[in-house]
Design a protein around this ligand. Sequence first.
Ligand code: NAD
Length: 358
Amino acid sequence: MSLVFEHVTLGQRVLFGSGKAAEHLAAEVSRLGARRVMVIASEFEGAIADIVCAGISPVLRWHDVVMHVPVEKAEAARAAAAEDDIDLLVCVGGGSTTGLAKAVALTTGIPIVAVPTTYAGSEATNVWGLTEAARKTTGVDDKVLPVSVVYDAGLTLSLPVDMSTASGLNGMAHCIDSLWGPRADPINAALAAEGIRALNAGLPAIKADPQGLEGREQALYGAYLSAVAFASAGSGMHHKICHVLGGTFNLPHAQTHATVLPYVLAFNAPAAPEAEARAGAAFGTSGALDGLQALRETLDAPRALADYGFTDANIAEAVEIALPTIPASNPRRVTVGNLTALLAAATAGEDPKALADI
Ligand code: NAD
């Protein structure tokens, strides 16, 4: 990689510490001088939010969270924020909850403090997403980047192992896709490599000991790095495909990323030797795909899109929507033919190695 590049580092305060979320959140609310806090957490995440918000006095609690942020849910939350004259949004939950807070911030400019409870990484990006009439739209706006993130691995102990695996592999997808994203550069490659190392260490530790903090801390640290790398490098081929599978076919976000990643890696790796070597070294294996597949095997990771309701009959429509969005900078030229083959293999859960030669 040539050492001529342009890199933007996004400004954000990160407070990391297991068991410290309530203390860190109260300190941030006070530092920001917020008086009218709206806490966003889904019904299920409400119990975690109760613990996290022990040291603050919100004026509004909001529970109506739906994955991929349907526009009408965003509008209802924006109206409630305006009615209560909210001056700070605190979101406690996974990427869907962070996504709703971002949708409110996008039109109101209200700052966000994010307290993530999965490894989705949305809290560290300036990317927003909204879904309307089965089309997911995403955009970039610094208004939606949380001003602070409070990371507490203890809050992820309740995330079941299968969801931890899928969510952690969503983080892994941020790392790998950022190695050939449209703004890939040496700084985000370094962040991505450290993210791969941390996730590759943390996720098997979670599987072995779901209630242990060590694996959870590594995974959360890796998730943060992965998201910073992704925000800087921009969406590559992998994210463009998954975006369509989630937005148009309503497939679950983390599981979809976990399933599709080895196919995109197998497809792109032969044309991206530097990225491949970097990822392989971070996995500690001779090849990136070998490292990823060994990890997926240890984790018993999601394997086939068919398991999530996607069928061969959906492939042509998915290809039609995704193909024009894949960056021209992708290391391999993507065509109707090879994208169809990639999705067919991912739908059936076939060995991704065959994609290297199509
Ligand atoms: P999610 O937020 O929908 O959470 C999945 C499920 O896990 C939910 O039922 C949730 O209530 C539950 N959950 C969350 N934390 C838990 C915990 N600690 N213990 C037990 N259960 C818990 O899923 P996700 O994968 O975190 O986020 C997906 C969404 O985030 C998608 O809409 C995606 O587009 C978005 N996203 C956006 C970005 C970005 O940069 N804008 C990045 C990643 C993901």
